[in-house]
Design a protein around this ligand. Structure first.
Ligand SMILES: *[C@@H]1O[C@H](CO)[C@@H](O)[C@H](O)[C@H]1NC(C)=O
Ligand SMILES: *[C@@H]1O[C@H](CO)[C@@H](O)[C@H](O)[C@H]1NC(C)=O
Ligand SMILES: *[C@@H]1O[C@H](CO)[C@@H](O)[C@H](O)[C@H]1NC(C)=O
Ligand SMILES: *[C@@H]1O[C@H](CO)[C@@H](O)[C@H](O)[C@H]1NC(C)=O
Ligand SMILES: *[C@@H]1O[C@H](CO)[C@@H](O)[C@H](O)[C@H]1NC(C)=O
Length: 364
């Protein structure tokens, strides 16, 4: 493997330098900053694209303490083994689940998942929405604790919660395409949290990937590439589910979107939307980073430890200054079969599981 590995490494170095970053999955529509192939919704409500709502387990009125389970995923599917992490929140509510913009600067800036998670007192967190790597602009819509951060006209599937209203006594999950395209419309639609992805993987308990590709037209390479992946949704009982599957974009490991859909169905997702993966892929539990490149033994690593380089500096990849934590990029670790924790990258929005903060009104 030595010569081949070296050539691969050199190619990877050149590619990373040319594109400026290795985690291309943050821009799933090609090299034009994500917009050339994007369809936009023309006009506001009533565009006719599908969406679904689903009751929250316990109606969203359970304990203010987040009751959640983190499990390591280690599954074989069609002869390929995938590792990753599954977070299941038994009592989802507008208090125990949130989507947070990057702290402290908001969309248009980037922050480590651990920084935003600490500010939001998250017990568990992951990166969330796609973003423009160069500018930090959030791509798609984002609603955080009832505040509309951004309303988008891009045709992208979103996941979140709608508040109780005159027509429903409890908050519900929402998955699918959002008809509202302005901040006012998004607010009046009643979203308490919302984030946009690319690819609606599972709808009503069956694969919706092909239908969503026909609606969204992501680049074929985005759908087909092996990469770290992240999906969010819920099971048939209304428990919130977040699935991270380990991988490496440079060394082409991890699931493509077809495989991610199969894994999500296998793990019991009833609705699932694909969020940002690739180099952005990050799972945080407390103050530890848990995501890995798949070659590791699935331990979570304290941030302080992972911030310290454990390889000679000459082996470090040429990441843009400040884009990754100052430690060894996972892919290089995987390629050399070294046991080194995954660094986290600056991202925009995050998912957050937390004990309901005092300032969040619980639903009746
Ligand atoms: C869900 O889809 C229906 C039918 O297109 C639309 O009327 C409704 O506004 C959509 N809901 C949201 C919250 O966008
Ligand atoms: C989901 O199921 C509901 C209720 O049966 C149905 O009205 C809706 O069309 C389904 N949506 C999708 C995208 O499958
Ligand atoms: C999706 O499309 C692919 C290729 O066109 C096809 O092989 C596959 O069976 C389809 N999947 C589903 C669930 O319909
Ligand atoms: C996953 O499970 C397989 C089969 O039990 C085992 O050989 C492998 O070591 C496990 N991988 C990890 C990362 O724990
Ligand atoms: C897992 O890997 C870490 C880092 O190399 C090591 O410290 C730890 O002992 C390993 N744990 C097991 C159970 O092998």
């Amino acid at each position: 493997m030595h010569t081949l590995a070296l050539v691969t490494l050199l190619v990877a170095v050149v590619v990373a330098t040319v594109t400026g970053y290795p985690g291309a999955a943050s821009q799933p529509f090609g090299h034009t900053r994500g917009r050339a192939h994007d369809k936009t919704i023309d006009g506001g409500s009533g565009h006719g694209l599908p969406n679904v709502t689903h009751a929250l387990a316990g109606g969203g009125s359970g304990s203010r303490k987040a009751q959640f389970v983190h499990t390591f995923v280690n599954r074989s599917l069609d002869g390929v083994r995938y590792t990753g992490h599954l977070l299941v929140l038994d009592n989802p509510s507008p208090g125990t689940f949130a989507l947070l913009p990057p702290y402290p600067g908001g969309c248009g800036t980037k922050a480590y998942t651990t920084s935003t998670a600490a500010a939001g007192r998250c017990l568990a967190a992951t990166n969330a929405g796609f973003f423009d790597v160069a500018t930090g602009a959030c791509l798609g819509s984002l609603v955080s604790d009832g505040k509309v951060v951004q309303a988008s006209t891009l045709v992208r599937p979103s996941f979140g919660m709608l508040a109780a209203n005159a027509h429903r006594t409890h908050p519900v999950f929402f998955a699918g395409y959002v008809a509202a395209t302005t901040e006012t419309e998004l607010a009046s639609a009643g979203f308490v949290n919302l984030v946009s992805g690319v690819g609606w993987l599972v709808a009503n308990g069956t694969s919706f990937l092909n239908a969503s590709i026909a609606i969204e037209h992501p680049s074929p390479s985005f759908v087909a590439e092996a990469a770290p992946r992240l999906a969010i949704g819920h099971d048939a009982d209304g428990r919130l589910m977040i699935l991270e599957v380990d991988g490496d974009e440079i060394f082409k490991t991890g699931p493509n979107l077809v495989q991610l859909t199969a894994l999500a169905l296998d793990l019991g997702f009833y609705n699932a939307v694909n969020l940002d993966g690739g180099g952005s892929d990050t799972v945080v539990l407390g103050s530890s980073i848990c995501s890995s490149c798949g070659a590791l033994n699935q331990t979570c690593t304290d941030i302080k430890a992972s911030a310290t380089p454990t390889m000679p500096a000459a082996s470090a990849p040429p990441t843009p200054a400040g884009e990754y934590m100052p430690c060894i990029k996972c892919g290089y670790a995987a390629g050399h079969n070294l046991h080194i924790p995954l660094c986290q990258r600056l991202v925009t929005s995050i998912t957050c599981i937390r004990d309901t903060p005092d300032e969040i009104l619980t639903t009746p």
